[in-house]
Design a binder for this molecule. Structure first.
Ligand code: FES
Length: 306
């Protein structure tokens, strides 16, 4: 019952026409435009920072991996307050405040490239976290000034706000799929399906143009899988054509930096040779295939490791 009531309270985020949703959308547009401008001004250094914060080096988003730091510290502080361990509780509050800053930066980097309802939910999540951080900063100051009761009240309010915000974080990841690789369930990943262990036709060889991206398609276990193909001399390079970030069509992207494909939606860059991520917001590599030309067709199969 309580959960149903809570879910109906948050359902306003579904409706773009409602006042608060519209306000969140407007705020999100302005903040995303500001971030885009900062990225353009910052050039390659800003992109490198964004790649790091997105978690490209980690292979999945960095934000959820950092969240445990402030949440753990603040939860520990609540327990220590109950036990009367004042100095340790205050130290935990401070640790939580400090660790919330890189956690927020990683969340902001990830949020920069999402749209519609996920962007709105992400903005509500960020605003609640900002309120929680304000509560903890106030708690820290109150504790330092000797106002212990006020400090504990503020940290308790911050913990409750963090819990509500955590629900929205879960909504983003588990119901809206933000940060989940769009090829996570593709049957060709790691040669998971016997149907792709043998070569199968992906496109007529005549559709390939030297040094240009083109589209192909295979069918695995009844599921159509788009491909992006690149001809380099006698070699054909092939990746899954659905961008792992949010499903952008890679065959409609650009060829950049030699043999890399740039997604047309948010600019992720993947190496056509092995699918590795060269530039975020994608964090998961693009599944890649072994490809050859036979009897006038491009054929592909899962890469056999080793
Ligand atoms: S869908 Fe976002 S970068 Fe490809």
């Amino acid at each position: 019952m309580a959960l149903d009531a809570w879910k109906s309270m948050t359902s306003f985020l579904d409706d773009e026409e409602q006042g608060l949703s519209g306000w969140l959308d407007g705020l999100s547009e302005r903040l995303q435009a500001g971030l885009t401008e900062a990225m353009e001004t910052g050039g390659p250094s800003a992109q490198a920072a964004k790649d790091f914060l997105n978690g490209t080096w980690l292979g999945h988003p960095l934000h959820p991996a950092l969240v445990f730091l402030p949440l753990g510290a603040w939860s520990t502080a609540a327990v220590l307050d109950v036990l009367g361990e004042q100095r340790a509780a205050d130290a935990s509050i401070g640790l939580g405040i400090l660790s919330s800053l890189p956690t927020a930066a990683a969340g902001l980097a990830q949020w920069h490239d999402i749209q519609s309802k996920p962007r709105r939910v992400g903005m509500a999540h960020a605003l609640l976290n900002t309120i929680a951080l304000g509560c903890y900063a106030g708690s820290w100051a109150a504790r330092a000034a000797g106002h212990r009761k006020l400090g504990i009240s503020l940290s308790t309010l911050g913990l409750g706000t963090t819990g509500v915000s955590g629900y929205l974080g879960g909504e983003l990841a588990y119901n809206l799929g933000v940060g989940v690789s769009r090829t996570a369930w593709s049957t060709e990943v790691e040669g998971a399906s016997p149907a792709i262990s043998e070569f199968q036709v992906a496109a007529p060889a005549s559709s390939l143009v030297e040094g240009e991206l083109s589209a192909g398609e295979i069918e695995v276990d009844g599921q159509k899988i788009p491909l992006v193909l690149l001809k380099r001399g006698n070699q054909v390079l092939a990746l899954n054509g659905t961008c792992t970030h949010a499903g952008g069509p890679l065959a409609e992207g650009k060829l950049v930096d030699g043999d890399c494909v740039q997604c047309p939606w948010h600019g992720s860059i993947f190496n056509m040779h092995d699918g590795t991520v060269v530039q975020s917001p994608a964090t998961a590599p693009q599944p890649h295939f072994e490809a050859r030309v036979r009897d006038g067709n491009v054929e592909v199969r899962a890469v056999r490791e080793g």
